[in-house]
Design a binder for this molecule. Structure first.
Ligand SMILES: Cc1ncc(C[n+]2csc(CCOP(=O)(O)OP(=O)(O)O)c2C)c(N)n1
Ligand SMILES: [Mg+2]
Length: 403
C-alpha cells in the first residue's frame, strides 16, 4: 500500500510533458522587427547599435549594446560559417552513406559562437570543448580535409584517424579537443588557464560546455578554484536549449546559466548574432585577463538532433526548429547585414557559396582516396609496456604489431 501511494505521489509531481519555450515564434518575430542601426564611417569602420540588447549581466555591468566591424570582417564571418556548415552537411551525408562510423555530433546553428570568439582570440589563447567540436577545430586553423579524414578514420585526419568526431585536436594553436565525457573539459580548461597565469602569459583559455553539462558537479569545483586563483578563463555555456533528449527546462532548476558561477560573474549573449558574440567575447577576454574568471552563456540553437542517432524531434516540434532557422539563423543574419547595407551583392555571396562547396567536395574526394592508419598507429600516443597485441574477433586474425 505504502509503495503504491508513494508511486502515485511521484507521478503527481512529474513535470507536465511540454516542449521547451526555446523558439516562442511570436516573440522572435517581434524582436526581429527592432532593427540594428548601421553606421559606416569614412575609414570603413562599421558601428552597429543593436535594436534589442543582446547582453545580460550577473555580478557585472554588461558592455554597451554595440559592436564594431568592417565589410571584410563581415564577409569573412559569412565565409567561415558557410564553410563550417558545408563541412557538416558533407559529414551528415557521409554518415548516412556509412563512410563515417561511430559518433557524429553536428554543430549546425551554433556557428556564430566560434566565429565570434575567434575574432577576438589569438592563436596563443587556448580553447577546449566537448564532443561537438568540428567548427572549433576549423576555427583554430584546422582544414576541412583534416576534419573529413578524421571522421572517415583516415591517416590524414587531425588525430591520425584514431579520434573521430569527438576528438579533434590542434596542438600548434592550443586546441585541446574534443572531449566525450560530459563536463570533463571544464576543469581541464581551468587547468590550462592556471598554466597561462603561472607562466605569465597574456592569454586566456575558453572552456566550453553545454546546457546539459551545466548541471555537472565538477564545473562548480572548477569555478570555485578559478575564482579563488583569479584564473584567466572564460567558461562558456553553449545553451542550445537541449541536452541529449531533454529540454533545459526539464533538466535544470535554474536555466539562467550565466548566473550559475556564483562568485564568478556572468554575461549572457545572444549567440545567434556573430557581432554580439564578438563584442561579448572582447569584453570577456579583457575581464578574464584583468579580473579573473567569467562565465559566458551563449544563447544558441541546435538544428540537428543530439547526434546522428537522434532525429531531434521527440522533445521539440518541427515548427520550433523551422521558426529558429527562418528567423534567427546566424549565417542568414550576416548575409542580411551585408545585403541590406550594400556591402555585397547576392551574386557575390552565391559565388562564395559555390567556391566553398567546391572546397568541401574536393576535401571529401581527397579523404576518400587517403590511406587508413597503419596497424602500429594503434600503439602510438598511448602509454604501455605491453606487447603491441591487436585482438581481432577471431584468434587467428589477431596479431602482434612491430614496435
Ligand atoms: C559523464 C557523462 N554522462 C553522460 C554522457 C552521455 N551524454 C553525452 S552528451 C549528453 C548531453 C549533453 O547535453 P549538453 O551539455 O546540453 O550538450 P549538447 O549535446 O546540447 O551540445 C549526455 C547525457 C556522457 N557522455 N558523459
Ligand atoms: Mg545542449
Amino acid at each position: 500500500m505504502m509503495g503504491l501511494r508513494s508511486l502515485r505521489t511521484i507521478q503527481t509531481i512529474q513535470p507536465r510533458r511540454s516542449f521547451a519555450t526555446a523558439a516562442e515564434p511570436q516573440k522572435v518575430a517581434e524582436k526581429a522587427k527592432k532593427k540594428d542601426k548601421f553606421t559606416i564611417g569614412k575609414d570603413g569602420t562599421i558601428t552597429v547599435e543593436f535594436g534589442v540588447n543582446p547582453f545580460r549581466g550577473h555580478k557585472l555591468e554588461p558592455p554597451p549594446a554595440v559592436a564594431t566591424t568592417t565589410k571584410e570582417e563581415l564577409l569573412n564571418f559569412f565565409k567561415q560559417m558557410t564553410l563550417w556548415r558545408r563541412v557538416e552537411v558533407a559529414a551528415d551525408n557521409l554518415y548516412k552513406a556509412k563512410q563515417i562510423r561511430g559518433f557524429l555530433h553536428l554543430y549546425n546553428g551554433q556557428e556564430a559562437i566560434v566565429a565570434g570568439y575567434e575574432s577576438v582570440l589569438n592563436k596563443d589563447d587556448h580553447v577546449i570543448t566537448a564532443y561537438r567540436c568540428h567548427a572549433n577545430f576549423m576555427g583554430r586553423g584546422g582544414t576541412p580535409f583534416e576534419v573529413i579524414s578524421e571522421l572517415t578514420g583516415k591517416a590524414t585526419g587531425c588525430a591520425s584517424g584514431k579520434g573521430g568526431s569527438m576528438h579533434m585536436y590542434k596542438r600548434d594553436t592550443n586546441f585541446h579537443g574534443g572531449n566525450g565525457i560530459v563536463g570533463a573539459q571544464v576543469p581541464i580548461g581551468a587547468g590550462a588557464a592556471f598554466g597561462l597565469k603561472y607562466n605569465g602569459k597574456p592569454n586566456v583559455c575558453i572552456a566550453m560546455y553545454g546546457d546539459g553539462a551545466a548541471n555537472q558537479g565538477q564545473n562548480f569545483e572548477a569555478f570555485n578554484m578559478a575564482a579563488l586563483w583569479k584564473l584567466p578563463v572564460i567558461f562558456v555555456c553553449e545553451n542550445n536549449k537541449y541536452g541529449m533528449g531533454t529540454s533545459a527546462e526539464r533538466a535544470a532548476a535554474n536555466t539562467e546559466y550565466f548566473t550559475r558561477g556564483d562568485a564568478v560573474p556572468g554575461l549572457k549573449i545572444d549567440a545567434m548574432n556573430v557581432l554580439s558574440v564578438k563584442s561579448g567575447f572582447a569584453f570577456a577576454k579583457e575581464w578574464a585577463l584583468t579580473k579573473g574568471p567569467i562565465l559566458v552563456e551563449a544563447e544558441t540553437y541546435r538544428y540537428m538532433g543530439h547526434s546522428m542517432s537522434d532525429p531531434g524531434l521527440a522533445y521539440r516540434t518541427r515548427d520550433e526548429v523551422a521558426a529558429i532557422r527562418a528567423e534567427r539563423d546566424p549565417i542568414d543574419k550576416v548575409k542580411l547585414y551585408l545585403l541590406e547595407n550594400q556591402l555585397a551583392t547576392e551574386e557575390e555571396l552565391k559565388e562564395h557559396e559555390k567556391e566553398i562547396k567546391r572546397t568541401v567536395d574536393e576535401a571529401v574526394k581527397k579523404a576518400a582516396d587517403a590511406p587508413l592508419p597503419e596497424a602500429k598507429e594503434l600503439y602510438t600516443d598511448i602509454y604501455t609496456d605491453m606487447p603491441y597485441y591487436v585482438r581481432h574477433t577471431n584468434i587467428e586474425d589477431s596479431l602482434v604489431v612491430e614496435k
